[in-house]
Ligand binder design. Structure first.
Ligand code: NAD
Length: 245
């Protein structure tokens, strides 16, 4: 018996990185997983994994969210993973980048949470997991102005949902990773011009001398989604290799 046997989970941005590792980990633990992503290419092949079905979903599209959640029926777990990093300070962040950060990182979670909650409440149970970051209200990080502001918003959204529905069987928690070695991080390191220098900068702030892996974040997500975490809600779960210690 897996730790998520009998549960149905929907994961956003499951085509790569932390979302993909989580989809695979949830499926290994016995959950039926609906792995969604904006990119059909990113999802290709994932539905060959037992217990995983895939579906294209752009988290900025409320109609598509409603349709996907409606088709999924009786979700026990929603894992909001999709996020976007704007690199820069407030001076670098024009209104378009600010709005995009809010839309992908925070408004998307408002939409998906509103879509799943009525059915979860009708069944008196459900878990919402939200991907935040230590770059949030946990700590300020250079050149992560809009990202940190929206990821702090994710923590507020998480705590609000947890407070409103704790007595009705809904748990809602936030995961705050440090720097995790994923395709998007590698892209950001390349975009800075000198990949090795950028990589060494990220590693230098890690007391363990290495970046995290997507699987290490997925292990925490499995725990928080499972009944083992039944007494845990409205909490910030930091997994950052000691960065903000
Ligand atoms: P990743 O780049 O490895 O994967 C991102 C996936 O998101 C891609 O498959 C992409 O197609 C998909 N995607 C992009 N826009 C989308 C949209 N509008 N709708 C649906 N899917 C979309 O990403 P990652 O590094 O694993 O990050 C995942 C989450 O974890 C993000 O919320 C990120 O902010 C957060 N996070 C990452 C790190 C890190 O260091 N990698 C640290 C802390 C928090």
């Amino acid at each position: 018996m897996g730790r998520l046997s009998g549960k149905k989970a929907l994961i956003t941005a499951a085509g790569a990185g932390i979302g993909r590792a989580s989809a695979e980990a949830f499926a290994r633990e016995g959950a039926k997983v609906i792995a969604t992503d904006i990119s059909a290419d990113a999802l290709a092949g994932l539905n060959r994994t037992p217990n995983i079905e895939t579906r294209v979903l752009d988290v900025t599209d409320p109609a598509a969210i409603a349709a996907t959640v409606g088709a999924a029926k009786d979700l026990d777990i929603l894992f909001n993973v999709a996020g976007w990093v704007h690199h820069g300070t407030i001076e670098d962040c024009g209104r378009e980048d600010w709005d995009r950060s809010l839309l992908i990182n925070l408004t998307s979670m408002y939409e998906t949470s509103r879509a799943v909650l009525p059915n979860m409440l009708a069944r008196s149970g459900g878990v919402i997991l939200n991907m935040s970051s230590v770059a949030s209200s946990v700590t300020g990080a250079p050149n992560r102005f809009a990202y940190g502001a929206t990821k702090a918003g994710v923590i507020g959204l998480t705590k609000g949902i947890a407070a409103d529905y704790a007595a009705r069987g809904i748990r809602c928690n936030a995961i705050c990773p440090g720097t995790v070695d994923t395709p998007s991080l590698q892209g950001r390191m390349s975009a800075q011009g000198d990949y090795e220098t950028a990589r060494n900068m990220f590693i230098s702030r890690q007391p363990m001398g290495r970046l995290g892996t997507a699987e290490e974040i997925a292990h925490l997500a499995v725990y928080l989604a499972s009944d083992e975490a039944a007494f845990t809600t409205g909490a910030i779960h930091i997994v950052d290799g000691g960065w903000t210690n």
